[in-house]
Design a binder for this molecule. Structure first.
Ligand code: NAG
Ligand code: NAG
Ligand code: NAG
Length: 472
């Protein structure tokens, strides 16, 4: 039996180490470790005193297909399900299967072929530049990401992503730090703004722009482009253009002697250390024909008043409250432990999602009896094709924070719960409870006054037990 990697053995090793080693021997304190309980004179929680039974064993019976938090419970998933399966003999990437417990032992409801819908930015190539780096997830990394592509970029203090443009529109979410953005609009109006964590920008197709890290540590952000085929390597860059234009033409264009351009960069600069800028007022171009843009290319998403649901919060930003963002709609969603982003679908676009925090699983129902479950951790990208039914279940012990992004002007979704409640009772009961009128009545009473509750906390999860291993 392959239980070498199980929770029980690693905990007893940890417990032994904690009892034997002195106070100073463990340089890094382990939060919530048995040793800390003992030092504080507290009783050990049950999970440390009895050998927790791993749900990954040959006798496993789980007709409900409950989620297992393999990372939080330090479990190594094994392919045993309801009395079937066998141990592992060959090579096995334990770290990866911990991140994807529902691939190793899929819920018994999964069936058929559904394309891969998950990619981790950790598997993307990182391009390292002066004072920054960038990595991308496009249709080339994640084949199902046809509508949208994404770039994760870091710019240290004063570091510049060079003046450039591209044919795809660019939507961005600031992950941390501060960033200055500049652009000009179609009528030649100038735009500049300083953004912080949780702020957005949107540059329509072809709008030239630049980005620069501010503050002590600069910035990191997530860019989303409205074409899965986008490549960060193929943007139109100022220095690249000038390096590939005859000097005589540059001289004519700017009406200056060719010698003025003797020291232009020999190729693209892309990401490079710039001089630290002054305030927005100080840096405002002051030529006599400069005019301010009448558009606003930025938006404070996290400053929006959220919709409070029973199990979390939802903020929606689309062209209704961020008018320039005509091709990208987005939602910022938090899902408390034990809660679920309810069963729903999006009628107008594929969902491209990004996990900022927490651990979740999504089952994608693709019609024709097919469904497949994927697990996500921070830094992972997921896709749910348009119209496919899905949910996001928080399987960890901390809130999930995620972005749902769509190539659409408006955010739209259909809630299964609400649909049931707004359908005649007889129809609903005939479909689902034909031979079980008693439970049909219970179900109807629950859904009949349904209101949309995007993130639902079930009663069973209120005061959720912190240790899910013991109850399995
Ligand atoms: C991406 O671009 C390539 C090359 O131009 C093309 O063959 C392919 O069909 C495109 N894929 C998508 C999803 O648009
Ligand atoms: C900048 O980064 C350092 C090192 O990670 C950290 O100690 C410091 O708090 C950061 N400063 C800000 C303003 O976030
Ligand atoms: C753009 O709109 C935001 C509100 O989301 C506001 O805080 C910001 O000052 C505006 N920026 C400009 C440059 O008008």
């Amino acid at each position: 039996m392959q239980l070498l990697h199980s929770h029980g053995s690693s905990v007893s090793r940890l417990l032994l180490a904690g009892l034997v080693l002195s106070n100073s021997a463990l340089a890094v304190p382990v939060q919530d470790s048995p040793r800390q309980y003992l030092l504080a004179g507290l009783d050990l929680p049950p999970k440390y005193t009895k050998k927790a039974k791993s749900p990954y064993n040959p006798d496993n019976k789980d007709p409900l297909d409950k989620a297992v938090d393999a990372i939080g419970d330090e479990l190594d998933p094994l392919p045993y399900r309801n009395g079937q399966g066998a141990s592992v003999l060959g090579p096995w990437n334990w770290e990866r299967s911990r991140q994807s417990p529902d691939l190793v032992r899929p819920p018994s409801t999964d069936h058929g072929n559904v394309n891969n819908m998950r990619w981790s930015f950790a598997d993307s190539h990182v391009r390292i530049e002066e004072g920054g780096w960038t990595r991308q997830t496009t249709v080339r990394e994640l084949g199902s990401s046809v509508d949208l592509a994404s770039v994760n970029m870091r710019l240290d203090k004063g570091v510049i992503r060079e003046l450039h443009w591209h044919k795809e529109a660019e939507w961005a979410y600031v992950l941390d730090g501060e960033v200055r953005i500049t652009a000009i609009d179609y009528e030649g109006g100038n735009f500049m703004d300083d953004l912080k964590k949780g702020d957005l920008w949107y540059f329509p197709s072809g709008v030239p722009h630049s980005l620069q890290g501010l503050g002590e540590n600069g910035t990191e952000f997530l860019l989303v482009f409205d074409d899965g085929n986008f490549s960060e390597e193929s943007t139109f860059i100022l220095s690249d253009w000038l390096a590939h234009t005859p000097k005589s033409v540059i001289s004519k264009n700017f009406n200056l002697a060719p010698e003025v351009f003797d020291h232009l960069p020999k190729g693209e600069k892309y990401i490079f250390q710039g001089s630290y800028p002054g305030s927005l007022e100080d840096e405002q171009p002051s030529g006599k024909n400069v005019k301010k843009s009448k558009y606003n290319f930025s938006h404070r998403m996290l400053d929006q008043e959220p919709k409070i649901t029973t199990g979390g919060e939802v903020r929606i930003t689309d062209s209704k409250n961020f008018p320039i963002s005509k091709t990208i709609a987005a939602a910022h969603v938090t899902i408390e432990p034990g809660a679920i982003r309810e069963m729903h679908w999006h009628p107008n676009a594929d969902e491209w999602n990004f996990f900022l925090r927490g651990r979740g699983r999504i089952t994608i129902f693709a019609a024709e009896g097919t469904a497949r479950t994927f697990d996500y951790v921070p830094g992972d990208v997921g896709i749910v094709p348009r119209n496919m039914g899905h949910f996001v279940e928080n399987i960890g012990d901390e809130p999930i924070e995620m972005l749902e992004v769509f190539k659409a002007d408006e955010f739209r979704d259909f809630s299964l719960f609400q649909w049931m409640g707004e359908t005649p009772k007889k129809l609903v009961v005939d479909h689902l409870f034909k031979d079980d009128p008693k439970n049909g009545e219970i179900f109807w009473n629950k859904v009949k006054s349904a209101e949309k509750d995007e993130v639902t906390l079930p009663d069973s999860a209120k005061g959720i037990a912190s240790d899910s291993v013991d109850e399995l």
